[in-house]
Write a protein that binds this ligand. Sequence first.
Ligand code: SAH
Ligand code: SF4
Length: 339
Amino acid sequence: MNKNLKSFTLRQLGEIVEKPYNSIQIYRWIWKKGVDRIEEFSDISKRLRKKLIDEGYFVGNIGEKFRINSSDGSVKFVFEDGYEAVYMPEKNRNTVCVSSQLGCNLKCKFCATGLLGFRRNLMAWEIADQVLQISKKLNKKITNVVFMGMGEPLLNFENVKQAIRIMTSHIGLNIGAKHITISTSGIVPKIYELANFDRRVKLAISLHSAIEEKRIKIMPIAKAYSLREIKEALIYYLEKQRLRITIEYIHLKGFNDTDEDIYELRKFIRGIDCKINIIPYNKVDYFDWEAPNEEDVYNFYDKLKKILDNVVITIRWSKGRDIYGACGQLGYQLVHNAK
Ligand code: SAH
Ligand code: SF4
């Protein structure tokens, strides 16, 4: 078993220490104050501190390799063996985009992380610690977390769930469950599991096309789960969690932005409480897609607005494009170095 004290939920920690109150104290030291030496937990008895250390417990951190500041205020952090997290400040909130895996197996035909291939699953504490480390290093309160970094969160779901339990603890990082969004390429059985998860977190689905053949062309995983199965799972999630779903739709100019694409999208979202988030494709070398310019994106937006009528549509002008920290660009350096 992992003896890093960051691996445990508050309740699990309570089973290790003697009195429940001790677990609250320890949680506060680790996740609120960011202290990582058990010796310094001054409000718990010397005896308990010694006992923990003697039993092999410790507080481990993920190490920062380097960071890059973007001109838009976001900061990309590269940790340990190369997983990345991006800090994105906004007016009323500070969001961290976390990675759940190093690399990704699913190889979507527009994503740098996919090019990297799957290297490993991150452990729960490595995921939660991305938030703590960024908060500490930048001295900012983090209010929102999105699982939109490297990896497919629903394919490392046990660790992702544990990380969410840790991050939502009131004693620690205290991120509201509703301020956490999981983005998935559509792993249907796991969407059902998310619907029954004991934390009410938001769901974003990378749809990108409502036309089966087109979706398969750009997302190999679409062969495993059909649009119909995805829709059923989304409806189940909505019944259980009652949180509006975000439909992510990458704008690949000339590929998925025709009237027919929008009519199919309209059919797909019928009966689903959702908003649409257009993500202009961010350039990744090794793929031939053309990145749409602002005018292209607004034209597409206008068309969507007209045909979809009454649906909330937003555009995600990705942050950190200049530092290869935008959607789909994570892992670029690793890919680039490996070529
Ligand atoms: N694996 C998950 C979450 C990480 S990707 C998923 O696929 O949903 C976060 C979002 O960025 C997804 O919607 C993904 O499709 C999108 N994305 C990937 N590559 C991109 C690129 N080059 N430009 C814009 N968005 C991209
Ligand atoms: Fe993996 Fe998501 Fe990238 Fe697809 S878009 S390769 S699922 S990280």
